[in-house]
Ligand binder design. Structure first.
Ligand code: NA7
Length: 538
């Protein structure tokens, strides 16, 4: 244990899955004094803010939870295949209650910055209420998708009606009977549109890029199936930890073009009927995201479904993407079907751009003003590093995170950066692209192990080397560049934010590969991680 006096051993920021897990482990398993801060008024992270209609996790419910609490896995009811936002929130509130976490959490307190004092090897963390605290370790779990993106449309702010961003959805919004406009058809837009189309007076969808989306296949979870899952939970988590994508869906090893056209269609249809975006991308064929021909076959299948479902051929044309199937895979509960309603109108702003937001609605380049009572921005987030770049974070030598990430966000193993000693990031850049709760637990275990080792060794600082960080960045780039994904304009390459450097921000080598890489680092004596005792620092 350190002799240095600080307010806490560790400060954790963010009360979503990541922050709650870190608080629990560092406090209860390592015996540290820990304080967790969140700008929100409750736990939940992403699920606290994203209360928009239709918000649902598109991981199966039985794997959208922590694996560490085996008793809770047995007790927690799984009434449906998927969990909607209120249920995820209820689950996380229950976890916080059950593990007595609330007493160490301070809500309504947003971190504004933090600075590392190299003389004392201490972080000073500052908050928006003007207070500051000191800690030896800083663990940030700010979320991949928490810094909201509102595009700078001309006339922004001039709209006279109600305006909402899906990522900050207030309680009590009434949409029934109103003229609603929505900008954005990413996974959020697809969920909102599907949920509200039946209740609003009129819905105008402003779509910049059409989307490939497949059925989610939600529905009640039969009791026998739930019992079976609970009996096999250990095996399920084991499978997930060795899998590619971590969603508990089958992962195919059959290349798409190795089978006949008829067989391909049968396999796609079977996955379509069962539902789940990740089953469709990873359970059908092994090379959809790698082989352009396999990818185009996938696209053709979804386009054929759009043509089957959407009755108006012009609307079907506008809804049909012609780019790669290489963005974040989407699923829905009847998205394309909504365009057959008389009260839903699709404006393809990829063809007819938004010219201006005006007090009565949105004017598009064809001179039409779409009159609205409510305008919804489902325009996503400045993802991954967005939540960090707005902070005043200073590491060794006064290096800022903005300087460190000037060419795009990087890290070692998605958890730590050089020049920021004793700081760990849950779901930092170049972490695994998988179902997130298991990824968070794998990262949390590693962060815990590193801090525990530092404490055991009496280390004053623990810091990843520049070489290790650069090496991991290169590994992630090489893997990503062997796939079709970087050719898409997805948020996970920064492509959704004008002027943001195009960067690889995920490790696409799968959960199993990621865990093996972590294990190798440990068995190699924590290669790339420097533990420095007081005698070797300063
Ligand atoms: P996404 O996936 O980033 O989607 C944002 C949507 O907003 C997408 O359709 C964008 O079109 C659209 N957009 C963004 N800027 C504009 C402008 N300037 N004009 C018109 N349309 C625009 O965010 P989501 O919230 O849906 O999902 C984020 C993640 O949250 C998701 O992947 C899940 O993991 C959970 P584009 O496609 O860029 O042309």
């Amino acid at each position: 244990m350190s002799e240095i006096q600080t307010d806490y051993d560790s400060v954790v920021v963010g009360a979503g899955f990541g922050g709650l897990y870190m608080l629990k482990r560092l406090r209860d398993d390592l015996g540290q004094s820990v304080r967790l801060y969140d700008r929100a008024g409750g736990v939940g992270g992403t699920w606290y803010w994203n209360r928009y209609p239709g918000a649902m996790s598109d991981s199966y419910a039985h794997v959208y939870c922590f694996s560490f609490d085996k008793e809770l896995l047995q007790d927690w009811d799984i009434p449906n295949r998927y969990v909607k936002q209120p249920e995820v929130l209820k689950y996380l509130e229950h976890v916080a209650e059950r593990h007595d976490l609330y007493k160490d959490i301070q809500f309504n307190t947003g971190m504004t910055g933090a600075e590392f004092d190299e003389q004392r090897n201490v972080w000073t963390v500052r908050f928006d209420d003007g207070t500051e605290v000191t800690a030896r370790y800083l663990v940030t779990a700010l979320g991949l998708l928490s810094h909201r993106n509102i595009p700078a449309f001309p006339g922004l702010g001039s709209f006279a009606g109600e305006t909402y961003h899906t990522g900050a959805w207030p309680e009590g919004v009434e949409l029934a009977g109103k003229r609603v406009g929505i900008i954005g058809t990413g996974s959020t837009g697809v969920q909102v549109i599907t949920e509200i189309a039946p209740i609003v007076g009129h819905l105008t969808v402003f779509q910049r890029s059409p989307q490939y989306t497949v059925p989610a296949g939600n529905g009640p979870m039969p009791a026998e199936e739930q019992a079976e899952i609970k009996r096999n939970y250990d095996a399920i988590w084991e499978r997930i930890r060795k899998s590619i994508i971590g969603f508990d869906v089958p992962e195919s090893d059959v290349p798409a073009m190795s089978v006949s056209a008829e067989e391909r269609r049968r396999v796609f249809q079977d996955a379509w009927d069962k539902g789940n975006a990740f089953r469709f991308s990873f359970g059908t064929f092994s090379d959809i995201l790698v082989d352009p021909e396999a990818n185009e076959e996938t696209c053709k299948f979804v386009r054929s479904k759009i043509a089957e479902i959407v009755t108006d051929p012009e609307t079907a044309r506008k809804l049909s993407p012609h780019d790669l199937y290489a963005k974040r895979p989407l699923c829905d509960s009847g998205y394309y079907q909504q365009y057959n309603r008389d009260n839903v109108n699709l404006v393809h702003v990829g063809e007819t751009p938004i010219e201006e937001i005006v007090p009565s609605g949105i004017r598009t380049a064809d001179g039409v003003t779409h009159e609205l009572d409510v305008l919804i921005y489902a325009t996503g987030f400045d993802a991954i590093d967005g939540s960090y770049k707005v902070l005043d974070l200073k590491g060794r030598g006064g290096r800022t995170m903005q300087e460190h990430w000037a060419d795009g966000p990087t890290s070692f193993m998605g958890m730590a950066t050089n020049a920021f000693p004793n700081m760990f990031i849950v779901l930092g850049p170049n972490g695994p692209f998988t179902n997130l709760p298991p990824a968070i637990e794998v990262q949390g275990e590693w962060i815990y192990d590193v801090i525990a080792r530092a404490e055991q060794d009496g280390a004053a600082t623990v810091e990843v080397t520049r070489e290790a960080e650069d090496g991991w960045t290169k590994t992630c780039e090489d893997i990503a560049n062997a796939t079709l994904l970087p050719q898409s304009n997805a948020w996970f390459f920064g492509a959704n934010i004008p002027g943001k450097p195009h960067a690889i921000t995920f490790y696409l080598g799968g959960m199993g590969g990621y865990r093996e890489a972590l294990d190798e680092i440990v068995s190699d004596g924590y290669r790339g991680v420097e533990f420095r005792t007081p005698a070797t620092t300063g």
